[in-house]
Design a protein around this ligand. Structure first.
Ligand code: BMA
Length: 375
């Protein structure tokens, strides 16, 4: 075959082969009508599993220890010079039509900051500490019968739909520079095996929980036609695969699986052993079910100056998970509690966090910007 023939025959064959291999590599999330940016994110999250763990932080761009709403500021950036790769946000109280969330973050500011993170190429994940729809009290009011009350036929079903309408409106308000919807990892009904939230543990049956989950997903996706969400199912600490999966709604309703874990007063050795065991089980389940594993919330011992490299990095190095999200740096709270989960400038673990940042295992903003997760 001469050169001219090759241009006519070989080139189209190569193009076709490439198209086939791209089609094979690209998978759809649970929402088969997901927007192209959402499908791209879903596939890129999988791809990135072999590159490292993305570091995430809740409310990172809104406030930190000792500051609030300073343009461009972030505790992670103050310490490393870079932003996190994953930004967590929280919708609690949106359901009541409040202009601010339960931690006083204005929803309009939140939407702007979500856009800022997305435009830098970061990943957005959103949790929802929704009030108890039966009693009108907080998410931490574990009244029996609440889940049943929001299901079809229940006394709070119509009210609950108005809450989901507000979630849909908020999500639809998240758009990028070209009018495209910003993909979000939505993580409702978290820590579902704990007894502290009305949707958790012994406060509802597995059947009620899975109905709550599937109703929520199908309402947002099929009724409200929100197609830029990936859904994250997550427990708190758990002790067996059976416990983890007890209320799992089924593979067609979930994209990401994870758990939340706080070290609190437990010694480093115990934390390493506990989290290691849970991550191994999570990875096994993720592989079997073709889901993306993540550490959806964590908190460590930041009184230990080398915690990031001596404890957390060791744990992460043995596992392949998509991201790990540190909870919020609230600082001094009303009532006297001082809450933070990632270092701020001058905090005892700040120097060690820079080593953690530089390690080849962790990914921050600059790494993910290069990955173009939405293409
Ligand atoms: C909790 C604490 C609370 C906060 C809630 C929702 O773990 O940080 O102060 O209100 O999360 O963000």
């Amino acid at each position: 075959m001469n050169k001219a023939h090759c241009i006519f025959f070989c080139f189209p064959v190569v193009v076709l082969l490439n198209l086939f291999s791209m089609a094979a590599a690209s998978e759809l999330p649970s929402d088969k009508k997901a927007t192209k940016e959402t499908v791209a994110l879903y596939n890129n999250l999988r791809k990135l599993l072999s590159r490292g763990v993305m570091f995430g932080h809740q409310d990172d761009l809104a406030y930190g220890v000792g500051w609030k709403y300073e343009n461009g500021r972030s505790d992670i950036k103050d310490v490393t010079g870079d932003y996190p790769a994953v930004y967590g946000w929280e919708l609690g109280h949106l359901e009541t039509d409040s202009p601010v969330n339960l931690d006083s973050v204005p929803f309009t500011t939140m939407q702007q900051l979500i856009r800022t993170g997305y435009e830098r190429g970061g990943v957005i994940t959103i949790s929802w500490h929704l009030n108890n729809p039966l009693t009108g009290k907080t998410a931490w009011n574990p009244e029996q019968g609440t889940v049943a009350s929001v299901l079809p036929g229940g006394s709070r079903h119509e009210l609950f739909k108005t809450w989901l309408d507000r979630i849909a409106a908020f999500m639809n308000g998240l758009t990028g520079a070209n009018g495209e919807f910003i993909p979000v990892i939505f993580r409702p009904y978290h820590e579902l095996n704990g007894n502290w939230f009305w949707w958790g543990g012994k406060n509802c049956t597995p059947d009620e929980f899975t109905k709550l989950w599937t109703f929520t997903v199908s309402y947002l996706r099929d009724e409200k036609r929100v197609h830029h969400l990936l859904y994250a199912y997550n427990t708190d600490r758990y002790s067996s695969r059976e416990e983890y999966l007890q209320k799992y709604p089924g593979d067609q309703w979930v994209d990401i699986i994870g758990f939340d874990i706080y070290q609190r007063n437990s010694p480093n050795e115990k934390y390493i052993a506990d989290i290691g065991k849970m991550l191994s089980t999570l990875e096994e389940i993720a592989k079997e079910k073709n889901k993306i594993p993540a550490l959806t919330e964590f908190g460590g011992n930041l009184d230990d100056s080398s915690w990031w490299t001596n404890v957390f990095l060791k744990v992460l190095s043995d596992h392949r998970i998509s991201y790990a999200l540190g909870w919020r740096n609230a600082g001094a709270k009303q009532g006297g509690e001082f809450e933070y989960y990632v270092p701020y400038k001058g905090q005892l673990t700040a120097a060690d966090f820079v080593n953690f940042y530089r390690s080849g295992r962790t990914l921050f903003q600059k790494d993910v910007t290069n990955e173009k997760l939405y293409q």
